[in-house]
Design a protein around this ligand. Sequence first.
Ligand SMILES: Nc1ncnc2c1ncn2[C@@H]1O[C@H](COP(=O)(O)OP(=O)(O)OP(=O)(O)O)[C@@H](O)[C@H]1O
Ligand SMILES: [Mg+2]
Length: 356
Amino acid sequence: MSEAIEVDISDLPGVGPATKAKLEAGGITTILDLAASTVNELVDNLNITDETAHNLIFESQRILKEKGYLEKDLVSAQELYDRRAKMVRCTTYSNNLDKLFLGGIETQAVTEFYGEFGSGKTQICHTLCISSQLPIEEHGLAGNVLYVDTESTFRPERIAQIAKTRNMDVDKILENIHVAKVYNASHLELIVKALGGLIQQNNIKLVVVDSIISLHRAEFVGRGTLSERQQKLNAIMHRLKRIAEIYNIAIVITNQVQASPDTFFGDPTKAAGGNIIGHASTYRVYLRKAGQERKAIMIDSPCHPYGDTNFVITEGGIGDPDETKKTIPSWKKVPEKAVRKAASSKESDDDKDSEE
Ligand SMILES: Nc1ncnc2c1ncn2[C@@H]1O[C@H](COP(=O)(O)OP(=O)(O)OP(=O)(O)O)[C@@H](O)[C@H]1O
Ligand SMILES: [Mg+2]
């Protein structure tokens, strides 16, 4: 949707060569980048006055609203509905997970996966790198991928394995994945600022950030730095959400967990990063190990019902548990007689099974 924007930054009122150079130095090369910026970012990082920053952002957002790329201040539900109609869903290759997302990972949204080590966050990201390249008719996004790797866990050989298992052209799949290796928090902030340009230049339809928090968590240690860390994470999340909407792309982030000592009942783990990440993510899914399988739980969504499902990690990436290996969780065990009756009934359906 971004290819139709012909307005250049220098066409905006008050933008001369000096301001243009300052913006470009900060990674802002299009009015889409500008519209996704915050006043504080421009003032603090680019030495632009408060008034100019306000005007530039206001003006770029006005143009984008006029052209239908951004929602107007007041829009009819019909317009919103039409905009949502442009949303595309990308398969995860697991029917169960797709069902949990009512069809797959959405564009115009930030989807967060959080869970403990080995719960499958990186494996889901790797799988999406392949499925998102499928044509729209095959439930892909028909575009390329930008993988922001903050933990050095991106493995091209794993991509090759998944693609090969699925009889896809391995070289082509690998060529279409652009990897940004990020080593510190400010580098991540810079990459996120430059996302607009990268997305446009490389026909990106899926951005993965694995993980969103590890670098900030490692660099901002101690209570005294918490508010600065949260401010920075907030700016990153705010920008990711805007970018997903403006460019109609899917953004998937992973997050770590932390212990929640005030929990007396139930699972004492919660997502790291506090409310800032949770509020800015459109969908928040908690992943847990469940024996050989993994459980995905929809924790927060504006439109999905609360739900959970199981998936597995295989050579082909993410998949569904083998029907024959399905077990009934102990808390849901039913008397032997009822199980036999259910097994003989022709009405037993898959949907009920996968909901566990
Ligand atoms: N080729 C494969 N075939 C089957 N299972 C695999 C394969 N590769 C990885 N796995 C499984 O994936 C698990 C690792 O999952 P993943 O790397 O996605 O965890 P994570 O949630 O990203 O953890 P972390 O928080 O450490 O980053 C391994 O424990 C292994 O069980
Ligand atoms: Mg990982």
